[in-house]
Design a protein around this ligand. Structure first.
Ligand code: ATP
Ligand code: ZN
Length: 283
């Protein structure tokens, strides 16, 4: 049995629950519950504040946890990152008042910076040999300059719209972050086995998301050229169509090369191209 800590509510909660669901793990999310158990996988799920997750995992109160890299690095606990999960993307950035002149990092010398990330902010300033006053506050950091608490902030940004509405501009990026799976450092063989089983499923889910299943019709005289464009898991499947002289070709394409390949396939004579999502993909 593994104990997994996820965020109780907030930006990572939904995606963490969705990942478990896509891995075929059934858990009930009773409102205001502290913990629950999966019915079909040896997993217990704890719902916690994200800030507390690294500590709970270090102490092995939870064996594994899903949390932002920003929190992992800020808390600096002795935990191991096992897997990047591809959601919860954001960056930790320094922002200053929009109208203010900002030339480079030296412009922060002697200024007051409000942040919930004192450790990472200090580390960044030290690395750049800048002395600034850090004011640690726990929430609504973006309003600090407006109320005269600070000259700048260091906070998480995704679209930048919060900065915009608060009259701030992003000037330095300290860290790029996404949600990760962490574990403590004292795993036994049985725990590792359950984790491997979970990771196997996570890989299959993530791999499927990055790939599309493609079906197309190809004139037989163009078949070699078209097959040459397709990678497939081993090689494409080719089936004869009722219409003599044509074949149906099935393959898998990755998201990054998708549009380029479609254009090339069309140019090579492919017709009736169908693209369908893949639910799970096991290599
Ligand atoms: P908690 O109540 O659990 O302490 P919180 O208010 O600290 O929640 P959220 O705002 O829900 O945290 O953010 C959780 C995580 O979501 C962040 O630590 C970060 O990894 C990620 N995230 C992604 N985009 C953003 C964003 N634009 N602002 C803040 N966090 C973001
Ligand atoms: Zn938090």
């Amino acid at each position: 049995m593994l104990k997994l800590a996820i965020q109780k509510s907030g930006r990572l909660h939904e995606d963490s629950m969705k990942l478990l669901k896509e891995c075929g793990i059934a858990i009930s999310n009773g409102a205001n519950k502290l913990k629950t158990e999966a019915t079909n996988f040896p997993l217990q799920v704890f719902f916690l504040r994200d800030d507390d997750i690294p500590q709970y995992v270090e102490d092995a109160v939870a064996d594994i946890g899903i949390v932002g890299e920003n929190v992992v690095y800020e808390k600096n606990k002795s935990v191991k990152t096992v897997e990047q999960l591809g959601f919860g993307g954001c960056r930790l950035s320094i922002a200053v008042v929009r109208g203010e002149q900002y030339n480079n990092i030296q412009s922060l010398e002697g200024r007051r910076i409000a942040t919930s990330y004192p450790h990472l902010t200090k580390q960044f300033l030290k690395k750049n040999k800048v002395n600034a006053e850090i004011h640690e506050i726990s929430g609504s950091v973006e309003i600090a300059p407006g109320i005269g608490l600070s000259d700048a902030i260091c906070d998480l940004v995704s679209s930048g719209s919060t900065l915009l509405t608060n009259g701030l501009k992003e000037v330095e990026t300290i860290l790029q972050s996404q949600a990760v799976l962490i574990r403590h450092n004292n795993f036994n063989a049985a725990q590792q086995q359950v984790l491997d089983k979970l990771l196997f499923r996570i890989h299959a889910v993530r791999k499927a998301k990055n790939n599309k299943y493609i079906l197309l019709n190809a004139p037989n005289d163009k078949l070699d050229e078209i097959i040459g464009l397709l990678p497939g898991m081993k090689s494409p499947t080719v089936l004869p169509l009722a219409d003599k002289g044509w074949s149906s070709v099935h393959s898998v394409l990755s998201e990054d090369e998708f549009w380029d390949k479609i254009e090339q396939l069309k140019a090579a004579g492919a017709q009736g191209i169908l693209v369908v999502p893949i639910e799970k993909m096991v290599m």
